[in-house]
Design a protein around this ligand. Structure first.
Ligand SMILES: [Fe+2]
Ligand SMILES: [Fe+2]
Length: 162
């Protein structure tokens, strides 16, 4: 594979792993506060991010190249509120979208067509990710920070299919 594309993909393996770690940390925050539905939601999200990392990982090997695993940054563990967590998750997804778009730009510049096909899946996935997390933020805003509404919403989040 082209060197610039390979470097960017190896970096993205790390970004996706970090996303998994960040969402697991958010899940742990909910777990510690007995908001088990939201904990489950974030845990499922973390699992999806691991799958994203592995999609890049497998693709690198399929193309006959070598995966270069780097240290995963420690995620924050202190959060202000449930709403703040989902707002941070949305901001994080937007960052990831920009990263994916950047790799796509490189793949186009380097005329790497198979990489473009893989990245198109991720481009579509990011639209879904931002939509899902954005929806969660909007629902949390409706609770006005009230415990009863938050508990109702927690049940709804817990119903998320893995
Ligand atoms: Fe991802
Ligand atoms: Fe994501």
């Amino acid at each position: 594979m082209n060197k610039a594309v390979l470097t960017a993909m190896n970096e993205q393996v790390n970004h996706e792993m970090f996303s998994a770690y960040l969402y697991l940390s958010m899940s742990a925050w909910f777990e510690a506060r007995n908001l088990r539905g939201m904990a489950k939601w974030m845990r499922s999200q973390a699992g999806e991010e691991m799958e994203h990392a592995m999609k890049f990982y497998d693709f690198i090997f399929e193309r006959g190249d070598k995966v270069d695993l780097k240290a995963i940054e420690q995620p924050k563990s202190d959060f202000e509120s449930a709403q703040a967590i989902f707002e941070e998750a949305l901001a994080h997804e937007k960052k990831v979208t920009a990263l994916i778009n950047r790799i796509y730009d490189i793949a186009v510049a380097e005329k790497d067509y198979p990489a473009q096909v893989l990245l198109q899946w991720f481009i579509k996935e990011q639209v879904e990710e931002e939509d899902n997390v954005g929806q969660a933020v909007e629902m949390l805003k409706m609770t006005d920070g009230k415990s009863y509404q938050l508990l109702m919403l927690d049940g709804k989040f817990g119903a998320r299919a893995d």
